[in-house]
Write a protein that binds this ligand. Structure first.
Ligand code: FAD
Ligand code: DHB
Length: 401
């Protein structure tokens, strides 16, 4: 790995990675396994990144990749494998068994846990990270000596010169807009609703996730462990979470999730986190320009319904790591040249699936739309072809699809 004399302003590495979220940290881990060194720079503190409550469901291909990368031990011990999900609407609840339908399953294992595992692996490997940096800027991306400059946590100006820069800096980072405007194309959709998400110290009231259509709005029951539940309610855009009291949240969840229906009961508990998540789709292309590559939320955002955001970030990195190893160790650019086009096939598949799940389950107030949604839900839960389509997308297509 790159060693820098104390106090020196400049660093040299093979891959400069911007962003220490799951995409950046997993990429650095996979590159190290392939014999390629990297430096990760991150604007937040390590503690902040590790404690952000975000995704909770890992699809089969994410789990396979983590295992093959030596990151599967705690996931195997503490993750919970789910065979499928429940889809419901008033008076009806149906289980879709992904294992029966596709031979693939999903795992409940929070993004916080994935992040901890990645940080532990990177620390054990003695890799170099810079947290709490400011003024991140990308330079010379059209040359074979691109660089990233920043101010480090002590206030010193630094430059990392690399062979390749990878933007893993999420939707608000500077990498995406470093692809020049004439080349860059962006597709975007903002949905007319948001999610109010809560974390609660109470055992889940269900063995597998429940996705519920209801005339009052969508609700979902997820979980993080045997003692921690994660639940969501559809709310209007611009909702202030503080205007929702804990009692109102539990009452709405009980109504929308069907408390009392066929004897099923929702057990409330202390709410430890409450936040509102706006929903949008966004794809920015190409995912490579010169010596800059984009991965994860830096290139695309999906609405959370269907749990694709984290999985898509992992899939990008699963393609990019071997491409960069070939490029930098064997001077073979074929996979790197194909990266953007290959990754975007999966990105658009997941963008469609997330849009489809979102529009099937969230109420817009339009009565015609409601009838279409209920018809779609009946078809997906009664036709093997319909159920298999949902299962195949939810449990995840193989890396490289
Ligand atoms: P991120 O995790 O966003 O990491 C990007 C990193 O880059 C961040 O740590 C950021 O601080 C850093 N960065 C940004 N700018 C700079 C800069 N200038 N310099 C240096 N570093 C910078 N997905 C699901 O599947 N299910 C969910 O339930 C779910 N819930 C979510 C809730 C919220 C509030 C959000 C925001 C996202 C949620 N997602 C969910 C999406 C999922 O968390 C993301 O898809 C996933 O985190 C993508 O990983 P990433 O590494 O690409 O980006
Ligand atoms: C979770 C989030 C999702 O968007 C989803 O579809 C399933 C689970 C979660 O946070 O647990």
């Amino acid at each position: 790995m790159t060693t820098t004399p104390a106090g020196a302003a400049d660093l040299r590495t093979q891959v400069a990675i911007i962003g220490a979220g799951p995409a950046g940290m997993l990429l650095s881990h996979l590159l190290a396994a392939g014999g390629v060194e990297s430096v990760v720079v991150e604007s937040r503190s390590a503690e902040y990144v590790a404690s952000r409550i975000r995704a909770g469901i890992l699809e089969q291909s994410t789990v396979d990749l983590m295992r093959s990368a030596g990151l599967g031990d705690r996931l195997g011990r503490e993750g919970h494998e789910h065979r499928g999900i429940y889809l419901q609407w008033p008076q009806e609840r149906h289980h879709l068994d992904f294992v029966d339908l596709t031979g693939r399953s999903v795992f409940v294992y929070g993004q916080t846990e994935v992040q901890k595992d990645l940080v532990a692996a990177r620390t054990a490997a003695g890799q170099e990270d810079h947290y709490e940096i400011t003024d991140t800027a990308l330079h010379d991306l059209g040359t074979d000596r691109p660089s990233v400059t920043f101010t480090d946590s002590s206030g010193a100006a630094r430059r990392v010169t690399a062979d390749v820069v990878v933007g893993c800096d999420g939707s608000f980072g500077p990498s995406r807009s470093s692809v020049p405007a004439p080349v860059r194309q962006t597709w975007e959709k903002t949905y007319p609703y948001s999610w109010l998400g809560i974390l609660a110290d109470v055992a889940p009231s269900t063995d597998e996730l429940i996705y519920a259509w209801h005339p009052d709005g969508f609700a979902m029951h997820s979980m993080r462990s045997a003692t921690v539940s994660r639940l969501y309610l559809q709310v209007p855009n611009g909702t202030d979470p503080q205007t929702w009291s804990d009692d109102r949240i539990w009452e709405s969840l009980a109504t929308r999730l069907g408390h009392g229906q066929d004897g099923w009961q929702l057990t409330p508990g202390p709410i430890t986190e409450k936040s509102v998540l706006p929903m949008r789709s966004n794809v920015s292309t190409p995912m490579r320009h010169g010596r800059l590559f984009l991965a994860g939320d830096a290139a695309h955002i999906v609405p959370p319904t269907g749990a694709k955001g984290l999985n898509l970030a992992v899939a990008d990195v699963g393609l990019l790591a071997p491409a960069l190893v070939d490029l930098l160790r064997r001077n073979d650019s074929r996979l790197a040249d194909a990266y953007s086009e290959t990754a975007l096939r999966r990105v658009w598949r997941c963008t469609h699936f997330s849009w489809w799940m979102t529009t099937m389950l969230h109420t817009s107030g339009d009565e015609f739309d409601q009838q279409l949604q209920l018809s779609q839900l009946r078809w997906v839960t009664s036709s093997e072809a319909g159920a298999t389509g949902l299962a195949e997308n939810y449990a995840g297509l193989p890396i490289g699809f």
